[in-house]
Design a binder for this molecule. Sequence first.
Ligand SMILES: [Mg+2]
Length: 172
Amino acid sequence: MVIGIDFDDTCVNTWQILEEKYKKDYPEVIIKDHENSPWDKEKIIMRKHMAEIVWQVNIYDGLKEFLNYCKDHHIKTILLTARGGEIQEIIEPTKEFIRKNNLAFDEMVFGLDKKGEACQKYGVDLMIDDSRRVLDDVAQYGIKTLRFGVKDDKHDYVLSWCDALLYIMKGD
Ligand SMILES: [Mg+2]
C-alpha cells in the first residue's frame, strides 16, 4: 500500500502561523478562507518570512506515530506537496525541518500543482490532504481520499492523526 500525504495544514499548522503573522504585521491582507487566499500578496509575505515560517510551524500530534506505524507495516508514505512550486527556495529548509523532526517519509515530492496526476504516477492508493479541491482532483483518478482536519460529506475524513491511524489499521 502507498499513502500520499500533503504537508501544509495536514502535517503542520502552516495556515494558523500565517494567519497570526498577517494579523500582526499585515492587517491590510484580509483573508476569509484560506483555500482562496490572495496568493499574489501571500507570495510576497512568504518570500520575506520564509526562513522563520518554515521553523515556526507545529507538527500535528500523532503524525510521527502514524509514519512509524507505516514504516513497521511496509506501507510506503510519500509526501506530495505543492510547497516549493513558486518559491523554490523553501524546499531545502523544508527538507531539513522534516529530517530534524524525524518525520519518516519514504519519498518526498515538492512543487506539485496537479496532485491527482502525481498520485497516479507514484502509485498512491490513499491520499490524505486538508484541501477539498485537491481531493476532488485525486478522486477523479479512482484513488481513495481522506480529508484531514475538516468534516466532509463527500470524502472520508479524520480530525487527527490518531484517527488516521485507526482508519488505516481498519483498512489493512
Ligand atoms: Mg494542505
